[in-house]
Design a protein around this ligand. Structure first.
Ligand code: CUA
Length: 333
């Protein structure tokens, strides 16, 4: 494709009259193909218009009653020339377009995977180590958006919880729909540090136009440090951290917080309550009882919940984690 670089006549630096900066390895290839198609079309357009004008002047009717003269009505040579030459250009357009399309569908094996979930009207980005960021309608959240490392292939796994959205980063020249009920993939390798706009490019409802986020490209070193810190939730308020743990550790699978009995008891409004245990004794749900129930769930089982014993979280939760969960359960009163 390098030969096609010559066609990008209007470019200065990586930002051009037509395009934002070329911030990914794909960008130059997409742009070069665009310029190739553009200049071929421009040449054909001008050639046809000029010929039309010249012929209209040369062969116009100059006198009233002038009869058309005989002229050759077939030339095999001209027919071959104007069929074969444009065909070659079209085959080239198809070949480069198809090659790039196939390349877009096949991320490198060592690509770093980030999942993006689209919902009206924001994106949630999940990193492999558990870090989560958001971006979208500023009225909902003003998250820091997608963060990616420089010079590393990144594959986005796209999904949607409601309607069609589309993940579009103009500076990377990538666009892919996020479809409810299935995963779609798109990959890129950023080549420029900085922050670039990330659009939703599929009309998804009244605030579609505000589903704006950003992609921030950091050096690999900065990214590694950032993603570690982003996954670390130790500076969250205990109640918030407890809420996150409640879902991350899977408590929510057996205990809901809407007062509905599940496999285990609902946990809203239980803090401070007196419960009757199997065997008739009673216990007050306090910090120590919650702690014991997490570490040794079989010790004191509330009556009628003996059938499906809970597994112990000993070794899975630090003292801080336990305090955070207690703070969360307290907040549900
Ligand atoms: Cu989401 Cu448009």
């Amino acid at each position: 494709m390098n030969s096609l670089n010559l066609l990008a006549l209007t470019q200065s630096g990586t930002e051009s009259f037509w395009f934002p900066s070329q911030a990914s390895t794909t960008a130059a290839r997409v742009d070069n193909l665009f310029y190739f198609i553009f200049y071929v079309s421009l040449f054909a357009f001008i050639a046809i218009i000029v010929a039309t004008i010249l012929f209209s002047i040369k062969y116009r009717r100059t006198r009233v009653g002038m009869e058309p003269q005989d002229s050759p009505h077939h030339s095999t040579r001209i027919e071959i020339v104007w069929s074969v030459i444009p065909s070659l250009f079209m085959v080239a357009m198809f070949w480069y377009g198809f090659k790039d399309f196939v390349d877009r569908r096949n991320p490198p094996a060592d690509a770093y995977q980030i999942s993006a979930v689209g919902q009206k009207w924001s994106w949630t980005f999940n990193y492999p180590n558990g870090a989560v960021t958001n971006g979208g309608d500023a009225a909902i959240d003003d998250g820091e958006g997608l963060v990616v490392p420089l010079g590393q292939a990144v594959v986005m796994r796209l999904e949607s919880t409601d309607v069609l959205h589309s993940f579009f980063v103009p500076a990377f020249r990538v666009k892919q729909d996020a479809v409810p009920g299935r995963y779609a993939y798109v990959w890129f390798e950023a080549t420029e540090l900085g922050t670039f706009p990330l659009y939703c490019a599929e009309y998804c409802g009244t605030k579609h136009s505000r589903m704006l986020a950003t992609v921030t490209v950091k050096s690999q070193q900065d990214f590694d440090a950032w993603v570690l810190k982003a996954a670390d939730d130790s500076d969250l308020p205990p109640m918030e951290r407890g809420k996150k743990l409640f879902s991350v550790k899977g408590c929510i699978a057996c205990h809901n917080t809407q007062g509905v009995r599940g496999i285990g008891p609902a946990l809203n409004g239980v803090y401070g309550k007196q419960e009757t245990l199997m065997g008739g004794a009673t216990v007050t749900v306090d910090d120590n009882y919650i702690r014991e129930s997490l570490l040794d769930p079989q010790a004191k089982i509330v009556d009628t919940f003996g059938a499906t014993p809970m597994t112990s979280f000993a070794g899975q939760l630090s003292d801080d984690d336990i305090s955070a969960i207690i703070a969360y359960l307290k907040s549900l009163n």
